[in-house]
Design a protein around this ligand. Sequence first.
Ligand SMILES: [Zn+2]
Length: 87
Amino acid sequence: MKNNLKDTHRIPSDTSTCVICSEPIDVIVRTSDDKVLWDGGCNAEPVAEGRCCSYCDQEVVIPTRIQIMLAQRRSEIDKVVKREKSK
Ligand SMILES: [Zn+2]
């Protein structure tokens, strides 16, 4: 996949739209022979159910996942701090 990405470009899908912004999902095409490599978009969970475009993946979905992860970390740290204080 890593090697393939150098030889790719993206075109808007004419069949599937993003569940977050309703724009067409981007299709990854190999430039040298116009072969479609990926047209499934990105997983929109936990923001929405279904598939989203790569813009929403980077700007909305991934930041949301990071925030959830940090919130979980913070609550774990709070538990440890509480436990230590009660000793
Ligand atoms: Zn989108």
